[in-house]
Design a protein around this ligand. Structure first.
Ligand SMILES: [Fe+2]
Length: 287
């Protein structure tokens, strides 16, 4: 019986996020995809399978420049059937995070090439690829964007407005937090704390300066996915500002919560089985 697989891709670039899902029907779904240097390994993992969906969490260089490269080249075999995202506007990024806005601008310069492939997602949207169901829990909101309390603060507007979604398979469930920071984590908790429970969680913003501990408490995962090269996973304990804790504190939280299974990209690409392909027996009704 064919399985449902999740690959947490190891970084070829300095740091990045790329996750590949393979369905039991042999289709692929890519989340972010990292940078152009990460594409050769991504191609190996996808292995020539049709890419049914590509989901982009937010417009930062370590998440979307690989996809922007594919889009700018044209005719790439990795070109997906659908691309799901909801990025902040160029004006919002120019105003609130000018240092990082170039990544969005370079994406927008080729965005038209997506044509019918583009799907703008919002909170509450649900889409499916084979046995996988994707539920959007948080997305950028034009009328109510998340803005750091102090302009120029280390909270990043691109990160805080990351797409957050859950993936449900017939076996395990996965929570994707992108690079969401503490402010985005607060919104997520206020609206969706009941929806966060999952088996596997992708640690927000590479485990460094991400959502608060309460998001992980609500998720109660048994497995953590860390997009962390060794220098980031093993960084010195640090506190940046405004609840922005370093990776070591996030690791402490998960230890306190009793999580034992940590998959870290510094150790190479991680392969997880989400579903073994066996149908669960129907519960026996009483009476
Ligand atoms: Fe990132």
């Amino acid at each position: 019986m064919a399985e449902t697989l999740l690959y947490l891709q190891s970084e070829t670039s300095a740091f990045m996020m790329s996750i590949v899902l393979i369905t039991s029907a042999g289709n692929a779904v890519v989340i972010d995809g990292g940078r152009p240097e990460d594409l050769p390994l991504l191609r190996k993992i996808v292995g020539g399978r049709p890419v049914k969906a590509w989901i982009l969490t937010h417009p930062h260089l370590d998440h979307i420049t690989g996809f922007s490269f594919i889009l700018s080249r044209g005719g790439d075999p990795l070109m997906p059937e659908k691309v799901y995202y909801h990025f902040p506007t160029r004006e919002f990024m120019d105003e609130t995070e000018p240092g990082e806005a170039w990544t969005l601008r370079s994406f927008l310069s080729v965005e038209d090439r997506l044509g019918e492939r583009k799907v703008t997602v919002n909170e509450g949207d649900v889409f499916r690829v084979d046995e996988l169901t994707f539920t959007v829990l948080q997305a950028y909101e034009e009328n109510d964007p998340i803005v750091p309390a102090r302009p120029g603060d280390q909270n990043s507007t691109g990160n805080e407005n990351s797409l957050v979604f859950r993936i449900d398979s017939p076996g395990k469930s996965v929570l994707i937090l992108g690079d969401t920071g503490p402010l985005g984590g607060d919104r997520l908790m206020s609206r969706h704390w009941r929806d966060l429970r999952c088996d596997i969680v992708q640690m927000a913003h590479h485990g460094h300066g991400g959502v608060g501990a309460e998001v992980y408490l609500a998720a109660q995962p048994t497995t953590c996915l860390w997009c962390c090269a060794d220098w980031l996973y093993d960084e010195e304990p640090m506190y940046l500002s405004e609840r922005l804790w370093g990776t070591s504190m996030t690791r402490n939280w998960m230890e306190w919560m009793g999580v034992k299974d940590h998959r870290v990209t510094k150790d190479g690409t991680q392969k997880l089985v989400l579903w073994d392909g066996e149908e669960k027996a129907a519960p026996i009704s009483g009476g």
